[in-house]
Design a protein around this ligand. Structure first.
Ligand code: ACO
Length: 426
């Protein structure tokens, strides 16, 4: 039997339907509330579903993350990033020939037009790579604008392919820019993660020297970041896209939202924090600072809005992190020692246990990327590269069904109406 909720307000009774989910929480459909002259109030959207979706499911308490029904642990263990991209976009795992065609489609679209590459000339060496990536992706809207019909499914798929293909090239270009090195073209013979690493660390005209451990660890990082349902950046992509904006502009908005330290900037913030702590003997003092309510300091890489027991991605990342550290002989890296000590103390402290604050994926991915030799300012760029298939799949999903422009309401607490006073009498 269909459930309803009855709401009594100002003498009126409203019957609100309850919509059942396939898994997870049901939602109360409040769409009829505005006709009764009231809105819901939910800053931070802690109790609000902004849409329905068939892409990703998360159960934060149980530590479950599934894409199209497949658990993240199985995907990270058995698939590769481009297979996960296909799954997110198409809803099903690809057959062998479908995956081969998809890879070919991506490889063909990886090169960046030499005229377009001049966009990087406008930046100084000290520019933050996220700022360059955001500008470059927004710039793609200039290249792919005429004739683009967002209501045409084939055009949407083409935008998705272009974005998934061009993101590694653009991301690598930001790295070459900050390190003042010439750009390296993508090589269609290389896998997705290896291609990115070669465009960053290779030499023009020389065969790839990227180790399979590094390529596979990075591919795993991409898989683990591929989608995370209605997080801040994905919601931003949907909100920007709901105005019928160009998809490249909507993704650029998502990149901007990802940049902050409460979201994608967290793994960069983890490394900055470890560097600030600087000495293993300082760890306890910093843990005390994190517990002190008068101190704004937070332990970066701990806690998550939805995972309140453990982050399933953190468990996978932990293993990958150890493989990279072993190959790089970096087990004795001082920052890693600080990280281990921090993890140990935080896991034993009642403050963290009571609040269910556990290391999240950013904690381990930050350390892994550090061992790979990737500068901290590039970490969020790598997150953006990994998250692109998720963003564009959500954009495609939204556009494939009837949708409304996203336009939240507010609880107004400012002045009541008053009369304008002349400047001389204020
Ligand atoms: N260090 C110390 N205390 C913390 C931390 C932390 N990292 N995270 C949360 N807390 C405390 C809060 O102060 C609060 O304490 P109180 O109940 O005494 O007031 C309690 O734990 C609950 O925290 P909230 O802020 O309500 O948790 P919320 O779900 O809103 O925030 C967030 C989650 C933003 C991730 C937060 O834990 C945080 O800032 N962590 C550090 C940054 C980080 O690693 N972010 C990456 C997350 S993954 C992503 O991409 C979103």
């Amino acid at each position: 039997m269909k459930q309803t909720v009855t709401l009594n307000i100002e003498g009126k009774s409203l019957e609100l339907p309850v919509l059942e989910a396939i898994a997870g929480a049901s939602v109360i459909d409040v769409r009829s509330l505005s006709s009764a002259g009231v809105f819901t109030y939910d800053p931070g959207f802690l109790s609000t579903a902004s849409c329905d979706s068939k892409i990703t499911f998360i159960d934060g308490d149980a530590g479950i993350l599934m894409h199209r029904g497949y658990p993240i642990e199985q995907l990270a263990d058995q698939s590769e990033h481009l297979e996960v991209c296909y799954l997110l976009l198409h809803g099903e795992l690809p057959a062998e020939d479908q995956l081969a065609t998809f890879k070919n489609d991506i490889n063909e679209r990886m090169p960046i037009d030499s005229q377009f590459a001049k966009i990087f000339d406008g930046f100084t060496r000290s520019a933050h790579p996220m700022s360059m990536l955001c500008a470059a992706v927004a710039g793609l809207a200039a290249q792919f604008h005429e004739g683009l019909d967002i209501y045409n499914e084939a055009h949407r798929k083409e935008s998705a392919l272009q974005l998934i293909a061009k993101m590694p090239t653009l991301a690598a270009m930001t790295y070459r820019k900050i390190t003042e090195q010439p750009f390296i073209d993508p090589n269609p013979e290389l896998g997705y993660a290896e291609n990115f690493l070669n465009m960053c660390f290779g030499e023009p005209g020389r065969a790839s020297q990227v180790s399979s451990t590094m390529a596979s660890a990075l591919d795993k990082i991409f898989i683990l970041h591929a989608d995370h349902e209605q997080n801040a950046s994905t919601s931003t992509v949907r909100l920007a896209g709901s105005t019928e904006a160009n998809p490249y502009a909507a993704i650029a908005a998502g990149i901007a939202a990802l940049w902050g330290p409460s979201h994608g900037g967290a793994n960069e913030a983890v490394l900055n924090m470890l560097e600030e702590i600087g000495d293993i003997n300082e760890v306890a003092r910093y843990v005390d600072k994190a517990k002190d309510k008068d101190d704004p300091f937070k332990l970066m890489g701990f806690g998550h809005r939805v995972y309140k027991n453990f982050d399933p991605r953190a468990l996978v990342m932990q293993d990958s992190c150890h493989a990279v550290l072993a190959e790089k002989n970096a087990q004795d890296e001082p920052l890693l020692e600080i990280a281990k000590q921090l993890e140990k103390i935080a896991r034993e402290e009642p403050y963290f246990i009571e609040r269910k604050l556990y290391p999240n994926i950013d904690f381990y991915s930050g350390i892994t990327l550090k061992a790979m030799g990737i500068p901290t300012s590039m970490y969020t760029v790598l997150f953006a590269l990994g998250r692109t298939p998720g963003w564009i799949s959500h954009w495609c999903e939204m556009l494939s069904e009837p949708f409304k422009i996203g336009r939240p309401r507010q609880l107004y607490l400012g002045s009541a109406q008053r009369n304008y006073t002349d400047i001389g009498s204020r």
